[in-house]
Design a protein around this ligand. Structure first.
Ligand SMILES: CN1c2c(nc(N)[nH]c2=O)NC[C@@H]1CNc1ccc(C(=O)N[C@@H](CCC(=O)N[C@@H](CCC(=O)N[C@@H](CCC(=O)O)C(=O)O)C(=O)O)C(=O)O)cc1
Ligand SMILES: N[C@@H](CCS)C(=O)O
Ligand SMILES: [Zn+2]
Length: 778
């Protein structure tokens, strides 16, 4: 029986890659420094897995930005707009690569970045490949073979991990009409064959082709493509061992397809879909020679593995398939896990009692190896003794008084329809709000955060390490708020924000204040490129013991006569971006959070805040991968939002905000959230995303983002005017707000100031045009 890993976190246990990348981008460190940092991380990861006796250790799971971008680079799916960068001899391959990821503004050139979107239902974001009709591919980069060779030189035999060709195409987008990207498979496959031939020549024995789309609903053409690809690969490579990895859900209707692929191993995710094992063992799979890789260790969460439960899966598989046809593995790549629990040394942050319940990537690797050892113990008594330490921990968690709070469960049980309904329908609320708030036509606002400068982050670090007092810290935050308010007033923004300077992250900040959460000090997980998040950990019932944001909102409101938006993160997003309990349903946990946010919303209202934004950028990310499961999820997710938002009077205006999302297929549910105003990311799609709202006749107010905040690029006034005119063509003027795509925390002040000034000029010009053409006083 073999053990394997599908992928290891690549940011480094102390975010070494993030730091090196940002130093390189800012010109403070050399390319060599960045490359060396990458090399050291790869070596450390391989060595760690080798020392843990993992049989199949992944290579090519490292990336300087994103593994999908790496694939586009490898197969020369480099959009034409970057060719001038490639042709400029002063630029390195790395410059070209980062230009695709981050855009390029230098030497009078201004080239936008490739689009970025969510990686399935995770908080990781990938760079979307761009495809054209009849597109040709060719081998452009040797990253895959280079990294295989690099490990070999270290004496470590690896299994190169490559995004499977069908999934790679499906991850992308057609950039012109008249074709489907899956048609490109015949052009793409020869490049995959070329890469695999090289790997085989270099001595590779196994390759892992990730085909997560096997867990999504597939068309007949897409299914055909799977057959075509794997039949051809088998023919070309009769001796190389080919593994196909599925993860994040059941293969469902694609099970029949997955089990007949002529491959050497199939990996399935038994954490997300435990029933899959029985299903597969009832198919013709058992008659084949294919190995079944059992994803029994949760790659998406931080709880220790229940060995007894995993062993029951392993034993069942062995009974039917025999030991040689069973492999033990994490459920998916450990990219989504923090690196190493051993680095959590401060017991005042993470108590020993709770820490013993956890496993990060390094510990998960050890669990894989331990499971193999345990599976080999045939004597039941010896096995019981060997299992005892793990069993004790599992039991201690189950029975811990820290976890269950009867009053919280009782409150959730008592939720009724009244809690998820505003007092009046939107039209009535809108009228009351217009009278109460008296905002101009096309009110302007921002999404909440202003630049999180190094200075403010350092202050927070000093507060945490005790070198700055709480009082000093709060004074600094207050002065940042004051400065930003003065500036917003100066440029004429209508609805102000306090800037979120006091927050490390929009989810971690709330987690830190809610009972039922714990935190890590170094539990970073890559979100995109060099950006990381440190998801807080929900271990017990969630309760708000005191107001979380009221003090800051009240302070900010006291400094201005304009409206100051209260700023909260919604229950679904808090759930989605936390590590969650695995002993209770996601919906149950979300209802607990919804009640906590509801209390915060009503407290903000009591404190005189008239406009409150409840961000829900992750509501779409939480969608199950199979469409058949969508309605169930959307019903509870929307209900949770409504519970959080419905405790206020009609005059209080509730905003929500969403980004990184396509809305077409869930628009009725978004409308059902019934927020008075929704601000959404739309500028990168040139307002295309608004069509869903227009087609649906979305009734409430909308602020379509008028510029992309992910790029340092400053939008011109005319660009913003054009987007506003496009929006006005489909949204009634009375319902239209003006705002950027998302919060500005990742931007610098210089860009922010220029961009928002341009946004204000464009809005004033639009108001003037409306006044002149329709006589409406704006
Ligand atoms: C809106 N987005 C978010 C997502 N998920 C979240 N949980 N939060 C989000 O905002 N998912 C979708 C998108 C993804 N986008 C982003 C955008 C930005 C970041 C980001 O900036 N991450 C920061 C880390 C943020 C944080 O927690 N900061 C802390 C700690 C800061 C720190 O690094 N401190 C230093 C010491 C200080 C110094 O010397 O500079 C240290 O500890 O070493 C804080 O501000 O206190 C990042 O840097 O990557 C993520 C996702
Ligand atoms: N209020 C948050 C939303 C990010 S999605 C911000 O402005 O950063
Ligand atoms: Zn956003």
């Amino acid at each position: 029986m073999l053990t394997q890993n599908l992928g290891y976190p690549r940011i480094g246990a102390f975010r070494e890659l993030k730091k090196a990348s940002e130093l390189y981008w800012s010109g403070k460190e050399s390319l060599q420094h960045l490359l060396t940092t990458g090399k050291k991380i790869r070596e450390a990861n391989w060595t760690l897995q080798k020392n843990a006796h993992i049989d199949l250790i992944p290579s090519n799971d490292f990336s300087f930005y994103d593994q999908v971008l790496d694939m586009s680079f490898t197969v020369n799916a480099i959009p034409e707009r970057y060719h001038e960068i490639a042709e400029d001899r002063n630029n390195t391959e790395t410059d070209l690569y980062f230009a695709m990821a981050r855009g390029y503004q230098k030497d009078g050139k201004d080239i936008i970045a490739m689009e970025m979107t969510k990686w399935f239902d995770t908080n990781y974001h990938y760079i979307v490949p761009e495809f054209h009709k009849n597109q040709k591919f060719s081998l452009f980069s040797n990253k895959i073979t280079n990294e295989y060779q690099e490990a070999k030189v270290l004496g470590i035999e690896t299994k190169p991990v490559i995004i499977g060709p069908v999934s790679y195409l499906l991850l992308g987008k057609e950039k012109e009409d008249g074709f489907h990207r899956i048609e490109l498979i015949k052009n793409l496959l020869p490049v995959y064959i070329e890469i695999i031939e090289k790997l085989e020549k270099m001595g590779a024995q196994w390759i892992q082709l990730d085909e997560p789309f096997l867990t999504l609903d597939l068309s007949d053409e897409e299914k055909k493509a799977y057959h075509l690809v794997y039949d051809q690969l088998r023919k070309k490579f009769p001796y190389l061992k080919i593994m196909v990895a599925t993860y994040f859900d059941c293969t469902g209707d694609n099970l029949g397809l997955a089990v007949v692929l002529p491959i050497d191993a199939l990996h399935i995710d038994l954490v997300r879909c435990p029933s899959q094992l029985n299903d597969i063992l009832q198919t013709s799979f058992i008659l084949s020679n294919t190995i079944l890789s059992l994803g029994v260790i949760d790659g998406r969460n931080i709880w220790i593995n229940d060995f007894e439960k995993s062993l029951s899966f392993i034993q069942k598989a062995i009974d039917v398939l025999g030991e040689d046809r069973v492999m033990i593995a994490p459920s998916c790549s450990l990219l989504h896990s923090p690196c190493d629990l051993d680095n959590e040394k401060d017991e005042s942050v993470l108590t020993a009692e709770i820490k013993q319940w956890m496993a990060f990537a390094k510990q998960k690797i050890e669990e894989v190896a331990n499971l193999k050892k345990l599976a080999s113990i045939k004597d039941p008594q010896k096995l019981a003794i060997a299992l005892k330490p793990n069993k004790d921990i599992i039991e201690s968690r189950k029975n811990s008084p820290l976890i269950h709070k009867p009053q919280v469960k009782e409150r959730v049980r008592n939720i009724s329809d009244v809690h998820s309904r505003r007092a009046s329908a939107f039209k009535i609320r809108q009228k009351k709000q217009e009278e109460a708030l008296n905002l101009p036509l096309f009110p302007t606002t921002t999404i909440g955060s202003f630049p999180q400068t190094d200075e403010i982050r350092q202050l927070r670090a000093k507060l945490k390490n005790g070198t700055l007092s709480q009082d000093e810290y709060e004074q600094k935050v207050k002065s940042e708020i004051d400065r930003s308010i003065l500036w917003q007033e100066e440029i004429g923004i209508d609805v102000l924000v306090h800037g979120e300077f006091e927050r490390n992250d929009m989810v971690e900040y709330f987690g830190e204040q809610l009972d039922g959460y714990v935190f890590s000090q170094n539990g970073w997980v890559q979100s995109y490129g060099s950006r990381c998040v440190k998801p807080p950990i929900i271990y017990g019932d969630i309760e708000r013991s005191k107001p979380m944001t009221v003090k800051w909102s009240q302070y900010a409101q006291s400094r201005t006569n304009h409206y100051m938006k209260g700023m909260l993160t919604g229950p679904v997003t808090i759930l989605q971006w936390s590590f969650v309990r695995d002993d209770q349903s996601r919906s149950e946990t979300t209802m607990q959070i919804a009640l906590a946010i509801r209390d915060e919303v009503t407290d903000l209202e009591k404190a005189g805040i008239k406009i409150i934004q409840i961000d829900e950028p992750a509501i779409r990310e939480g969608l199950p991968l199979h469409k058949a499961d969508w309605d169930y999820y959307l019903n509870w997710a929307v209900k949770a939002f409504r519970i959080s938002a419905s405790g206020v009077k009609d005059e209080t205006q509730i905003h929500t905000h969403m980004c990184y999302s396509e809305f077409n297929d869930i628009i009725s549910h978004i409308a059902n959230m019934d927020a008075d105003v929704i601000t959404i990311e739309t500028s990168r799609s040139q307002m295309e995303l608004l069509d869903a709202f227009a087609d649906f006749n979305y009734p409430n107010e909308i602020g379509p983002g008028v510029y992309d905040i992910h790029s340092p690029r400053v939008p011109s006034v005319s660009e913003i005017e054009n987007l506003l005119e496009k929006a006005l063509a489909v949204i009634p003027a009375r319902n239209l707000w003006v705002n950027p795509d998302c919060g500005l925390k990742t931007r610098k002040w210089a860009e922010t100031e220029l961009a928002l000034k341009n946004m204000m000029i464009a809005t004033k010009k639009l108001r003037q045009r409306i006044k002149e053409t329709s006589g409406i006083e704006a």
